[in-house]
Design a protein around this ligand. Structure first.
Ligand code: NIG
Length: 391
């Protein structure tokens, strides 16, 4: 068992209360990684001896990003649909079927290689923990293949058979398939069940049926809600105690109150909002009301073809009214809550003694630079469970 000392840290963001002083950052800090875990955190001047030393020379260190919403198992792209949107067409869920056809036609090896490529891109930007979903297979064999591919590349997998009803099958028959044989087949490979609660996808009662079937199978619950209108998804997610409801662009006061009075995290997807030209979610109002929020990339070929969490953090600060600290929290510890990993031995999104050594180094003295210098490649190194990688 060897100990690695990181020292010369100008600003260490731990997201752990035990290290908070006037704010959540320690200055002139150091930490020790041992056996994939954080063994020590404190002032650099008091750092213990270690087997190896990495001097980060006045840079900022923070937890790796926790990206809790992505759809990495797909083939093809939808650049033409994107261009049409930028020329004025509104996003509808219609394009999902074209990705479904490309995904069904692709080999398993291609799907895994494409998802791995995207995960590598994410890691180069500081992501150390990632959720991804099925949802572009939409028949039993293709969803099962997608679930297995997702489990190869992601830390957490969600089953999104209820993305849209594919062509050629009756709606009721498809719901019976999703809540029956398809669910049974994918359950060993997934952690959560998800559904798309939206006009053009599934209504509240259909989503309730899907989520309750997933719960009966032992899965955690999450939901896409209120992306294109007031779908009722947010209220359903709160009622069922979903870990997260994602998108949340169209919220009324009662939705915000419901979220604020619940443990359901509102996961906001700023890159998707830019690409679909939907209004940004009322992030400031959510936080001021006391709701939990997270930020995620929503990487997918239709509405958000990016894995860049720094881009999401910068957008949340520059366009959605969050402070830098709030946005960084939402992309780390807030996000961990959205996948049930905020506490316990497998917690992610924070740096604490005995916890996972998932962290990143920025080529900057402070996390403020994430929004102050948007679009720059600031991540220069990551450690995932104590193993170092460089972009
Ligand atoms: O989260 N909104 C539903 N699903 C994806 C987009 C799917 C697509 O258009 O391919 C999302 O944005």
């Amino acid at each position: 068992m060897t100990a690695e000392l990181l020292t010369g840290i100008a600003e260490l963001t731990t997201q752990a209360a035990e290290f908070s002083h006037d704010d959540d950052r320690l200055r002139d800090a150091a930490l020790v990684i041992e056996n994939g875990r954080i063994a020590w955190i404190g002032p650099a001047a008091e750092a213990p001896a270690a087997d190896s030393v990495v001097d980060v020379h006045g840079r900022a260190v923070l937890p790796g990003w926790v990206d809790t919403h992505s759809h990495l198992v797909f083939a093809g792209d939808r650049a033409a649909e994107f261009e049409a949107r930028m020329a004025g067409q509104r996003y509808t869920a219609g394009g999902i079927v074209s990705t479904m056809m490309a995904t069904r036609a692709a080999s398993e090896a291609h799907l895994i290689a494409n998802a791995r490529r995207l995960r590598r891109d994410a890691e180069a930007q500081g992501t150390t923990f990632l959720e991804t979903k099925t949802g572009y297979g939409l028949d039993l064999a293709s969803e099962l293949r997608s679930a297995k591919a997702a489990a190869e590349v992601a830390d957490v997998v969600s089953f999104l058979g209820a993305h849209v009803v594919p062509p050629g099958i009756d709606r009721r028959d498809y719901l019976d398939l999703v809540t029956g044989p398809m669910l049974t087949a994918v359950t060993p490979h997934v952690d959560f069940i998800d559904a798309f609660c939206e006009t053009g996808a599934f209504d509240v009662e259909e989503c309730r049926e899907v989520l309750l079937a997933g719960r009966a199978a032992g899965l955690g619950l999450r939901l896409h809600g209120n992306q294109l209108g007031s779908s009722g998804g947010v209220r359903l997610a709160v009622e069922l105690g979903c870990a997260s409801v994602d998108h949340c662009n169209h919220l009324d006061d009662a939705d915000i109150d419901a979220l604020a009075g619940s443990n359901t995290v509102a996961t906001l997807l700023p890159a998707c909002d830019l690409s679909t030209r939907e209004p940004f979610p009322p992030a400031r109002r959510l936080l001021d009301a006391g709701a939990h929020i997270a930020l995620a990339s929503n990487c997918n070929p239709g509405t958000s073809y990016t894995t860049s969490m720094p881009f999401c953090v910068a957008t949340a600060v520059l366009q959605m009214g969050l402070t830098v600290r709030e946005a960084v929290w939402a992309a780390t510890r807030g996000a961990a809550r959205a996948v049930g990993r905020e506490h316990g031995p497998d917690a992610v999104g924070s740096l604490r003694i005995g916890g996972r050594a998932d962290l990143q180094v920025l080529d900057a003295p402070s996390v403020a630079h994430l929004a102050y210098r948007p679009g720059m490649q600031l991540c220069v190194a990551t450690w995932t469970e104590g193993v170092r990688a460089r972009p």
